[in-house]
Design a protein around this ligand. Structure first.
Ligand code: CA
Length: 222
């Protein structure tokens, strides 16, 4: 999953980027509203974390512009402004959630997970696909009751596929949601990760969960 942070406090932006990357997310950062708006348009983000008080273009204007362009990416407003009026205008401008600084990183993570599963059928942090169980909160994966150990990127790929189950996902789409803007995309990288995940979750099981769609990409069936 890929997250865009629009935040002008560089220290906070960098702490968030590092923390989210440790959780396996791909993270892009914009330090002002203009760059943020541009990146929200250009990059296939899964969640946008948007500050309100921003240089060049303020966060509420960025948010309204994003929505006017028809971009439906979930937006979490992150701001020091904590009056009711500010919260209301944020939500009325198209924000999906609101978090007031200072906040606990754990709470931000839980809110991001809630936004990521918003459009899928999954309503709690646990995704169940047959005997495959993925807990988004603890990042624990089990198949047939047995624990499966995945690296951060393997987990991120599996989680993205599980939240988009039964859809054919191209290698390009998968890598775009797994890596940030600065990553030099190599088309083989997704195949390598898929093979590793298959060895861990599908090998030895009669029903294969990940299927190759010839000439197109991959699909997680369930
Ligand atoms: Ca700010």
């Amino acid at each position: 999953m890929r997250i865009l942070i629009v935040e002008d406090e560089k220290r906070l932006a960098n702490i968030l980027k590092k923390g989210l990357e440790e959780e396996g997310y791909a993270v892009d950062v914009a330090y002002n509203g203009e760059d943020g708006l541009f990146m929200a348009e250009q990059e296939p983000s899964d969640v946008v974390i948007l500050d309100i008080m921003l240089p060049v273009i303020d966060g509420l204007t960025v948010l309204r512009s994003i929505r006017k362009l028809g971009i439906k990416t979930p937006v979490l407003m992150l701001t020091a402004l904590d009056t009711v009026t500010d919260k209301v205008s944020g939500l009325d401008s198209g924000a999906d959630d609101y978090l007031t600084k200072p906040f606990l990183f754990e709470e931000l993570l839980a809110r991001i997970r809630a936004l990521l599963r918003r459009d899928s059928a999954v309503k709690t942090s646990v995704i169940e696909i047959g005997d495959l169980v993925i807990d988004m909160a603890t990042r624990e994966v089990r198949r047939g009751g047995r624990e499966v150990r995945l690296s951060a990127k393997e987990y991120a790929l599996l989680e993205y596929m599980a939240l988009n189950r039964n859809k054919t996902l191209t290698r390009t789409a998968l890598s775009e949601h797994l890596y940030d803007h600065d990553f030099d995309l190599d088309s083989n990288v997704i195949d390598v990760f898929i093979n590793r995940i298959r060895n861990k979750i599908d090998r030895g099981f009669g029903k294969k969960i990940i299927r190759t769609v010839r000439g197109a990409g991959y699909i997680l069936q369930g």
